[in-house]
Design a protein around this ligand. Structure first.
Ligand code: C2E
Ligand code: CA
Ligand code: CA
Length: 514
């Protein structure tokens, strides 16, 4: 009984304390002071005037201002997907009563890989935290910001009576401009840009938070594809394109798993001896309905679907298997060349992975030529790519610079990589025997390579005339339809045998006097 009474007393006291601590309680203070004076005279006036602040202090209303939160809390403090979905759900549910609507925006950083490559993961977290601050500072009270799993942000605008595409584009542009100022970090300035996709509340495929966020995400992916700083509004056909792309991704994954994608091999031969110096593995898709599909058609889809690494693994496996087959047949093929995409070259464990693969097949690393496109070397400011190529060269693999002459690599960038050979692009080889200008270009490239101590190979050699001219100019190796088209591994066996036979019977093409 007594404990009940005491309990009720403390509860009432706590509630009173809570009520007194609320800022609204201050509104009543002048009225209370006046009433005290009227009813009880000067004494009560003094009692209330001095007692009230004392009561506030005792009840804990006057508190120390908490220290500012560390910056990481900015990210931790943001909503997550579930919360923003809940908030949009609530707005959409009430929209037919309130007449208010919302829009959802998704921000994704252009070139997010570059930030990690150049500055590391810690810098990426810092960039996210600073960006979160800037986004929050450019929005209005009531807008909700959430961080998304992939490193982007989602924004749900506070409910408003009217919202159109132009208004949301303006909000998007404001967010982009807030993020465009450089971020100073460890004495460097990091510039970021972002792509933004959005969807208006009434345009969502379904009137649900998840549907609106999903639509904004689809629009953001589309914006990211368009290039730096793009803004896209969601439309129905984007969803259809995405569905097609997903279907294609599933089809490609299946094709890779089922062995529908495997390489053909094109020989590379020495202009000096005519002997085979290697084979290049070139991917082909044996499509069950559409027949043979060339890499020009499906490589962009592989990139798009994020399957480049998987393709690389498949081609490497077939290339090393072919080497072992040639060895077992006593065919003396020194190397096999594999094309590496820039996303494969970004894998920090690439050298380790390759070493493991070569060991597994019992092959020395020098038997593998790693082909890297000239434009990857020319454009790269990625420390990982530079380190990877150095590690592969150290391992003993030969590094070949593919499509040389098309990618504008500077001499400095060529020197930066431990290259073994340059592959002169087909465009310099076409009509070489008839065109003096072409000859001058190729001669210049060859003499530069010689000075730099690099071997040379000319690609796309189609005619005996081109072959002979390359030989005369002093190019080391040749590859092209004029020697052989890329062929399945089974056919290489016969081809090698025939080529050897031919070598024994025909005189060599004359080479430049040394
Ligand atoms: P690339 O590395 O420059 O390969 C040479 C391309 O030229 C091949 O086309 C080959 O079939 C073609 N070619 C060879 N000789 C001649 C010739 O005398 N005349 C003409 N007109 N063309 C010739 P393909 O096989 O269609 O490959 C196209 C490109 O796709 C390759 O160019 C390479 O960049 C890329 N690629 C192929 N396989 C792979 C792969 O497994 N991984 C990666 N990342 N890229 C690959
Ligand atoms: Ca190549
Ligand atoms: Ca090439």
């Amino acid at each position: 009984m007594l404990s009940d009474l005491l309990g009720a007393f403390f509860t009432t006291f706590r509630r009173l304390g809570d009520a007194v601590r609320r800022p609204e309680a201050f509104v009543f203070l002048p009225a209370l002071t006046l009433a005290a004076f009227w009813l009880g005279g000067e004494q009560n006036l003094i009692l209330i005037a001095l007692g009230a602040p004392l009561l506030f202090a005792i009840s804990g209303a006057v508190r120390r201002v908490p220290p500012p939160a560390p910056r990481w809390d900015v990210l931790d403090g943001l909503s997550r997907r579930a919360q923003i979905v809940g908030s949009i759900d609530a707005t959409l549910r009430e929209s037919h009563l309130s007449g208010h609507t919302t829009a959802c925006l998704v921000l994704q950083f252009d070139d997010a890989d570059r930030i990690v490559d150049q500055h590391g993961r810690a810098a990426q977290t810092e960039v996210l935290a600073r960006s979160a601050e800037r986004i929050c500072a450019s929005l209005r009270l009531g807008d909700v910001v959430a961080r998304l799993e992939g490193g982007g942000f989602a924004v749900a605008l506070a409910p408003v009576r009217r919202l159109d595409v132009e208004t949301v584009v303006q909000v998007a542009a404001r967010l982009q401009s807030a993020l465009s100022a450089p971020i100073s970090l460890n004495a460097t300035r990091i510039y970021v840009t972002c792509a933004i996709g959005f969807c208006l509340g009434f345009r969502a495929p379904q009137a649900a938070g998840s549907s609106l966020l999903n639509a904004a995400q689809i629009a953001a992916d589309e914006a990211l594809r368009q290039g730096p700083g793009a803004i896209r509004s969601f439309s129905e056909d984007m969803a259809a394109t995405r569905a097609d792309r997903n279907a294609l991704r599933i089809e490609l994954e299946h094709a890779l798993d089922e062995g529908q994608i495997r390489p053909h091999f094109q020989p590379q031969i020495s202009t000096h001896t005519g002997a085979i110096s290697g084979f290049e593995a070139l991917a082909r898709w044996y499509h069950p309905d559409k027949g043979l599909i060339s890499p020009a058609e499906f490589l962009p889809m592989i990139e798009d679907a994020g399957l480049s690494e998987r393709l690389g693994e498949v081609i490497l496996y077939h290339a090393l298997t072919a080497l072992v087959r040639w060895d077992r047949a006593g065919l003396n093929v020194p190397t096999v060349a594999v094309n590496f995409s820039s996303s494969e070259l970004r894998n920090p464990r690439l050298a380790e992975k390759l070493k493991w693969e070569m060991d597994r097949f019992g092959l020395q690393p020098k038997r593998l030529s790693v082909e890297v496109l000239e434009n990857v070397v020319a454009q790269t400011d990625s420390d990982i790519i530079v380190a990877n190529i150095a590690a592969l060269a150290k391992l003993g693999c030969g590094i070949d610079l593919d499509d040389f002459g098309t990618g504008h690599a500077s001499i400095t960038s060529i020197r930066r990589f431990a290259l073994r050979r340059i592959k002169i692009d087909r465009s310099f080889v076409a009509k070489l025997d008839e065109d003096r200008e072409q000859q001058k270009m190729v001669a210049a490239i060859l003499s530069m390579a010689e000075r730099l101590g690099l071997e040379t190979l000319a690609e796309g050699v189609e005619t005996p005339g081109e072959h002979a001219m390359l030989s005369q100019l002093g190019c080391g190796d040749v590859q092209g339809f004029g020697i052989a088209r890329p062929m399945p591994v089974d056919e290489t066996m016969d081809w090698i045998a025939r080529h050897r036979l031919k070598l024994g019977t025909i005189p060599r093409i004359g080479s430049r006097a040394q």
